[in-house]
Design a protein around this ligand. Structure first.
Ligand code: SF4
Length: 500
């Protein structure tokens, strides 16, 4: 058909449209290399071959190309069907700190599909799997019980908790698209081609991770998880810093965990000290043992409130080979059984031999349980949860409550004083691992910190009048202290935005 407009150009366009469909036109342009979406663009953004042995897929991000438009975030969101408040990809920013070299670069990030994924190492239900063929770290949604421990283990804030589903979900590099030769949603959506998929050799990842530096300024050393992502074209000479550097943001309070820790520690402490008294003078108060066990069971039950999917809690022992959380659950499970046997023997007046054996096993498992609680937190990259401080904190609660409850007022003052001193030192900014925690305790968490300190001081003073009242008040003070432990912790993460 010949068009009959006066303008020959319009006629030409109309004729062309009538002769070719949209697909025909795209195909023609594609074949003659006129289109933006030409084959060389695809091959530049994703590899044309699959990873071989000792290789894996990884993201390569060009910081000089990223404009911070968040097309990648929205493409990831819509292609993966995420909930309205869920995002597997984030965009933050870096600012230069040199006056004569101002700069800003935006940083897009998702999971870095690490060679040594901390999320997988910590998961108690084995809900993470590193694909041997591609190196992609998958989250197995069906296996997840929603304990959120991977959030604490990952230093890049990549696992995201979905409130509606009660489980963690995260980026899988759009593996189903990669398998069919298509680019992941973020790669395809970026108008500046800032995100690419490359194939990287394992030795290369190890080499690049073998440094005290992180992926970009503000992130922790890559030695921790050996992330496979690579950020290129960072403007280093302007000494960049994350835009949210120094922001005072509280961490999650995790109230059920706060209760779980304080109740189990107090309970183990009370029954442990009562058992030591039995060894010393062959006298035992069954009701003290009962109170200790009841406290511990209250703590263990409250931990279920933390789970998004409590019905899957039975899977928690599966990861015992590498997860301290799994070991903690297993040990407290064994402690529950042996402590009930110990209680039964003391109440039924069994031969002292059986009381001693069951009490010794129960006490040992109680101490191991507290130790595994210490390791659950010490095994994360949060500086304020380091082994020394966490160990002192948790065992101070155990011994402070236990000894005060037993009436040994002089000895009880020592763990109480240690526990109190830790928070005073951190609040005063005198501990180099806890600078951020100290700022939070002097700032947004000031009232809670003062209440914690004053209740602990009064509890120590009360020792002179009533050790039981002192034990109770110290226990309350430790609950405040554990709340500070969570809320003032410093979470390593990728750079955020100014107000994030
Ligand atoms: Fe796991 Fe975080 Fe590494 Fe992703 S970035 S593999 S979630 S540790």
């Amino acid at each position: 058909m010949i068009s009959s407009f006066k303008d020959p150009f319009i006629n030409e366009l109309l004729d062309e449209q009538q002769n070719l469909t949209a697909v025909d036109r795209f195909s023609k342009k594609y074949d003659t290399n006129q289109s933006h979406f030409s084959s060389n663009v695809y091959s530049d953004l994703i590899p044309l071959s699959k990873p071989k042995k000792n290789e894996q897929y990884s993201f390569e991000i060009d910081l000089s190309a990223c404009s911070g438009c968040k097309s990648c975030v929205s493409a990831c969101h819509s292609l993966n069907g995420l909930d309205h408040n869920e995002s597997w990809r984030d965009v933050g920013a870096l600012f230069g700190t040199k006056r004569d070299k101002p700069m800003q670069q935006t940083v897009t990030s998702a999971c870095h599909h690490c060679m040594d994924p901390a999320c997988a190492n910590g998961c108690p239900t084995l809900a993470y799997e590193k694909d041997q063929a591609t190196g992609i770290v998958h989250h197995l949604d069906d296996q997840c019980m929603g304990c959120r421990y991977c959030e604490m283990k990952c230093p890049y804030d990549a696992p995201k908790y979905n409130d509606n589903l009660g489980i963690i979900r995260k980026c899988d590099m759009c593996q189903s698209r990669l398998e069919t030769g298509e680019a992941p949603a973020c790669v395809q959506a970026c108008p500046n081609e800032a995100i690419k998929i490359r194939i990287v050799r394992n030795e290369e990842i190890l080499e690049e991770s073998n440094t005290d530096e992180g992926l970009v300024p503000g992130t922790i050393t890559s030695q921790y998880t050996k992330p496979s992502s690579k950020y290129i074209n960072l403007i280093k000479d302007s000494n960049p810093r994350p835009a949210d550097y120094g922001n005072l943001k509280e961490s999650a309070s995790h109230s059920p965990l706060m209760l779980m820790l304080t109740f189990t520690q107090a309970g183990v402490g009370i029954s442990l000290i009562e058992f030591i008294k039995w060894l010393a003078n062959s006298q035992i108060n069954q009701y003290t043992i009962l109170i200790g066990i009841a406290l511990c069971f209250t703590g263990l039950l409250s931990s279920f409130l933390h789970l998004g999917k409590p019905s899957k809690a039975w899977k928690a022992f599966l990861g015992w080979r590498r997860s301290w959380l799994s070991r903690e659950i297993l040990i407290f499970g064994l402690w529950s059984a042996t402590s009930l046997i110990f209680l039964f023997f003391t109440l039924s007046g069994f031969a002292s031999k059986w009381i001693t054996i069951s009490g010794a096993i129960s006490s040992l498992l109680g101490i191991l349980g507290i130790y595994s609680s210490v390791m659950v937190y010490a095994d994360t990259p949060r500086p304020s949860w380091n082994f020394k401080l966490t160990c002192l904190r948790f065992f101070s609660t155990t011994l402070g409550v236990g000894i005060a409850f037993s009436g040994w007022f002089f000895l009880a003052a020592i763990p109480m004083f240690i526990s109190l001193s830790i928070d005073i030192i951190i609040m005063a900014g005198k501990n180099s691992n806890c600078i951020h925690s100290g700022r939070l305790m002097r700032g947004p968490l000031k009232n809670l910190s003062l209440i914690r300190i004053f209740t602990a001081i009064i509890a120590i003073a009360l020792l002179a009048f009533s050790t039981v009242a002192s034990a109770v008040l110290f226990f309350v003070s430790e609950i405040f202290g554990r709340s500070l432990f969570f809320r003032s912790s410093d979470e390593p993460k990728m750079p955020g935005l100014i107000n994030s």
